[in-house]
Design a protein around this ligand. Structure first.
Ligand SMILES: Cc1cc2nc3c(=O)[nH]c(=O)nc-3n(C[C@H](O)[C@H](O)[C@H](O)COP(=O)(O)O)c2cc1C
Length: 232
């Protein structure tokens, strides 16, 4: 697939076929991912791949913790969105619930959908993007973002879909307990990954973007004199 076509066509997939992903494909994806750029080539990212029983156990625990209303405490924190950011979040939520045919007041269906997210949208595999505590934030988070996007794009080459998820790592201590990931590793984000089930209406979602002009400033002429250097 052409690179630009891949970037333009990638979108979050929130429902998968049950077919497992060959381990060789997952390994190749990570092999591609590690060619992402990083500051001073620090390569702060680390991966954890969950499949089989381990993934099942994390899915179950995620749902239980959420049902018991344990306060989410992801290692990356939870952003408090205001203004335009909050509006975009609301737009996304509305569109998702429209496709899922979930009404505003339908608590049961909403909860069921949230549970699906906590189960990595029933994906046959999940990749956790992590970093060691020695890798300083925010650079490590930035680099986790770079490698996450690389994997999400490369997945398309193998006919795979992904959903980057913070919610699925809302309880990182539980994931560490189940899997044995050491306490010294921060778990930033998960990629639910699998073969997309395109019969699901939710997977028709095409999220919107701001126009380039609304988010770009172009500077070419100078309005003010250039300030002298501090020690002149
Ligand atoms: C850091 C990050 C966290 C995300 N967490 C979630 C999540 O918890 N649940 C979810 O359904 N989507 C999640 N997403 C996917 C975004 O909602 C999605 O990328 C965005 O709406 C744009 O849509 P697109 O990926 O289809 O282009 C996350 C994406 C990022 C980058």
């Amino acid at each position: 697939m052409d690179l630009v076509e891949a970037i333009r066509s990638r979108k979050s997939i929130r429902g998968f076929k049950p077919e497992p992903i060959p381990q060789s494909v997952l390994a190749e994806l990570l092999d591609i991912g590690r060619w992402s750029p990083s500051g001073v080539n620090a390569q702060s990212w680390e991966f954890v791949v969950l499949t089989g029983e381990a993934l099942y156990a994390v899915k179950q625990a995620n749902v239980k913790w959420m049902e018991q209303k344990v306060e989410p405490h992801p290692d990356m924190g939870i952003p408090v969105l205001t203004g335009a950011y909050r509006e975009r979040q609301v737009t996304l939520g509305r569109e998702l619930f429209r496709l899922l045919e979930i009404g505003r007041e339908d608590r049961d269906k909403r909860e069921a959908w949230t549970n699906t997210g906590m189960r990595f949208f029933d994906a046959p595999a999940a990749i956790l993007v992590c970093a060691d505590e020695e890798a300083p934030d925010p650079t490590a988070i930035f680099e986790a973002g770079m490698v996450t996007q690389t994997i999400a794009l490369a997945a398309l080459h193998f006919g795979l879909g992904t959903c980057i998820q913070r919610a699925a790592v809302n309880y990182p201590d539980v994931i560490r307990d189940i899997t044995g990931i050491p306490a010294s590793k921060r778990i930033y984000v998960a990629l639910a990954i699998g073969y997309p089930d395109m019969d699901l209406p939710v997977n028709t979602l095409r999220s919107v973007r701001e126009e380039v002009n609304a988010i770009t400033a172009w500077y070419s002429t100078l309005e003010k004199p250039v300030p002298p250097p501090p020690h002149s």
